[in-house]
Design a protein around this ligand. Structure first.
Ligand SMILES: [Zn+2]
Length: 384
């Protein structure tokens, strides 16, 4: 095979830039997009079906009138498509249904790898956006979702990933800091290294996703100065996700951010109260995100919110544990979505069935990026 080397070309040296330099990408000037995964699975009944009995009154009464509302969004009814959190997250991010399998086929492990690009990759391969401005905010009980931040697609992948903020990442930051401090004796050092190796071992993608940029390290140092290292002072669960998101908006100014709320899923422990309280916590979180976007110049009048559940929940009153979502039942597929913010019409309710995998192409349209591997059509009412 002919090798095109300097030697084979008679010593002719071509300028390095022909081979080495990345293309210069344009600056991004479109709106910020904040995707709220109204997650841990919420169905219409407790959220939008009855305006007097909703557990998310701020969402329904204050936010919905500000945008285009899709009360009849659904997930695919194919028996291959599971109505669950990891799956729903990737359907939203990639715009394509897939029968995801855990990398070692371990039940409920959810260590998935998308075959087609996520929105983060489409955006960062189109515009000059540093990794710390493309963020996923992740729940402490869903560590597998830390690594949904890029796909395996050959033209995209790790180089165009999002970064992630979560309690898990903070623990990794703290352990590395302690190990490098020079203040530990041999026994302590060994223990901390073992703890770190255990956490790093959860990175099933294994291409360096736990390496953070300086900006993220600075973010965690500021967090540490405020909340300390004990973990007892900072909020937990979805309240923590809201806090991290607000801090991110203030200090990192992401252009795209997805917040993976999940508290309603504590209903798997058996108490309906866990589910409805979880919805209320997310409702308060959405209020705070909305108010933060109004307060900060980087976001005011220049942000679109996309609020969509990862999946719904079953409606089988005869189950020992109510509100499951693993059985592909009708109400587990029946979700909803709201898009509001810069350039999006207000007060519009689209009373037709639309599909969860349309969210990605819609966000692509809002941000001015091509999303060629999505399979759902963009929601045209958002652009009217
Ligand atoms: Zn669940």
């Amino acid at each position: 095979m002919l090798q095109c080397t300097a030697a084979s070309m008679g010593g002719l040296l071509l300028p390095n830039r022909l081979f080495a330099e990345e293309p210069v990408l344009p600056q991004y000037r479109g709106p910020n997009v904040i995707i709220v995964r109204f997650g841990g699975g919420v169905r219409r009944q407790e959220c939008i079906a009855n305006p007097q009995k909703t557990y998310c009154p701020y969402f329904l009464h204050k936010l919905v009138p500000q945008g285009v509302f899709f009360p009849r969004m659904e997930m695919s009814n194919s028996s291959d498509i599971e109505t669950s959190h990891g799956q729903g997250t990737l359907f939203i991010l990639t715009g394509k249904y897939d029968k995801f399998e855990d990398i070692e086929n371990k039940p409920f492990s959810g260590r998935f790898e998308a075959e087609v690009p996520t929105l983060f990759e489409y955006l960062r391969s189109s515009f000059n956006i540093p990794v710390h401005q493309s963020l996923m905010i992740n729940h402490e009980d869903r560590r597998q979702e830390e690594f949904y931040s890029f796909s395996n697609h050959k033209n995209f992948g790790f180089n165009y990933r999002s970064d992630v903020l979560s309690l898990y990442r903070y623990k990794v930051f703290l352990l590395r800091q302690q190990i490098n401090s020079g203040k530990l004796d041999e026994k302590q050092l060994l223990m901390k290294k073992q703890q770190l190796a255990k956490l790093e071992g959860l990175d099933y993608r294994d291409v360096g996703g736990l390496q953070h940029s300086k900006k993220i390290d600075t973010f965690w140092r500021q967090w540490q100065n405020h909340y300390g290292a004990s973990g007892f002072v900072n909020p937990r669960g979805d309240r923590l996700l809201t806090e991290l998101s607000v801090w991110a908006m203030e200090k990192l100014q992401p252009k795209i951010m997805m917040i993976n709320y999940n508290d309603p899923d504590y209903v798997h422990w058996g108490l309906p109260h866990h589910y409805t309280e979880g919805i209320k916590v997310i409702d308060m979180g959405m209020r705070r995100l909305h108010e933060t976007a109004q307060r900060l110049p980087a976001y005011r009048d220049n942000t679109v919110f996309v609020i969509v559940p990862d999946c719904g929940r079953d409606d089988n009153r005869f189950m020992d544990v109510p509100y499951q979502h693993h059985f592909n039942t009708k109400s587990a597929r029946e979700i909803f979505a709201l898009v509001y913010g810069k350039g999006v019409p207000k007060g519009k309710v689209v009373d037709k069935t639309v599909d969860q995998i349309s969210v990605a192409a819609t966000i692509g349209g809002l941000m001015g990026i091509k999303t060629p591997h999505t399979e759902g059509d963009a929601l045209e009412e958002v652009f009217a």
